[in-house]
Design a protein around this ligand. Structure first.
Ligand SMILES: Nc1ncnc2c1ncn2[C@@H]1O[C@H](COP(=O)(O)OP(=O)(O)OP(=O)(O)O)[C@@H](O)[C@H]1O
Ligand SMILES: [Mg+2]
Length: 241
């Protein structure tokens, strides 16, 4: 099967400092890949590079199309959703207004030849707390509610691939389970994901493949089952065990 997202020999920089060193990684349609690594190893930079938010060189292709020279909003419109690590929501806008901003432009569904997979009603059904707080300013929501809002907003863009950076960070385990449930539903609807986590909490339930980063490189890439047998990889690159 041809890859949905294809990253080849990617280098990325912040000013003069190089953060990614020859990263090669691909994701098939509907596939869920966990991307893990110690603090500062580079997963967030990889997601930002795909979205055109850091200076990089190498090959980035989505659905066969090169992402080089595209602006972030153009990359998003191709079907790439991104939930950044600090789940930024528009604090001064209401929950509902935040969701409206995520809606794919009317022409986008037609251009892609199918109805969108997610509607506003879906978002409110998935996270009833957002429906209850529809008119509340996003800035006063709890961390968990903001994560649900950021995730819902990305879904309304109808992504074929969602890049989601540490969705469980700082969440109580009950809220984390809710977010995990939503991600499972996305997978069932055929949305591919690159799920960044430090500790494979959610990823272990929904990912079929694990990629590990160390010092800006991919140091392991394989099936979840194969990863779980690699105590050496976990020890050396994640500091586990
Ligand atoms: N805005 C920035 N300016 C300069 N260097 C940065 C910037 N953001 C990240 N870096 C550096 O790039 C490297 C990779 O960072 P990145 O945030 O991708 O890693 P990460 O594993 O996602 O980190 P975290 O554990 O904090 O989520 C680190 O060395 C980091 O210090
Ligand atoms: Mg990060």
């Amino acid at each position: 099967m041809s890859a949905l997202l294809e990253i080849r020999h990617l280098n990325a920089w912040y000013g003069a400092s190089q953060a990614l060193h020859g990263v090669t990684l691909s994701i098939a349609p509907g596939e869920v890949v966990a991307l893990v690594g110690r603090n500062g190893s580079g997963p967030s930079t990889l997601a930002r590079a795909v979205m055109g938010l850091v200076r990089c060189e190498g090959e980035l292709r989505f659905a066969g199309r090169s992402l080089a020279d595209l602006r972030t909003f153009e990359i998003a419109r191709l079907g790439l959703g991104y939930v950044a690590e600090h789940r930024d929501v528009f604090a001064a806008l209401s929950v509902h207004e935040n969701l409206l901003l995520g809606l794919a432009p009317a022409g986008a569904a037609r251009a892609r030849g199918r109805a969108p997979r997610f509607t506003l009603d879906d978002a409110y059904a998935l996270f009833p707390v957002l429906a209850q707080r529809k008119r509340t300013r996003a800035g006063v929501l709890s961390g968990g509610e903001q994560q649900m809002l950021a995730l819902s907003r990305a879904l309304l863009g109808d992504p074929d691939l969602l890049l989601i950076d540490e969705p469980g960070e700082g969440l109580a385990s009950l809220v984390m389970q809710q977010v995990a449930g939503a991600l499972r539903l996305l997978r069932e609807r055929g949305v591919a994901m690159l799920l960044i986590e430090q500790r494979l909490v959610i990823a272990q339930e929904i990912a079929s493949r694990v990629a590990v980063m160390g010092h800006g490189e991919i140091v392991f890439d394989g099936a979840l089952e194969a990863f779980l047998e690699r105590a050496d990889v976990m020890h050396e690159w994640l500091g586990v065990g």
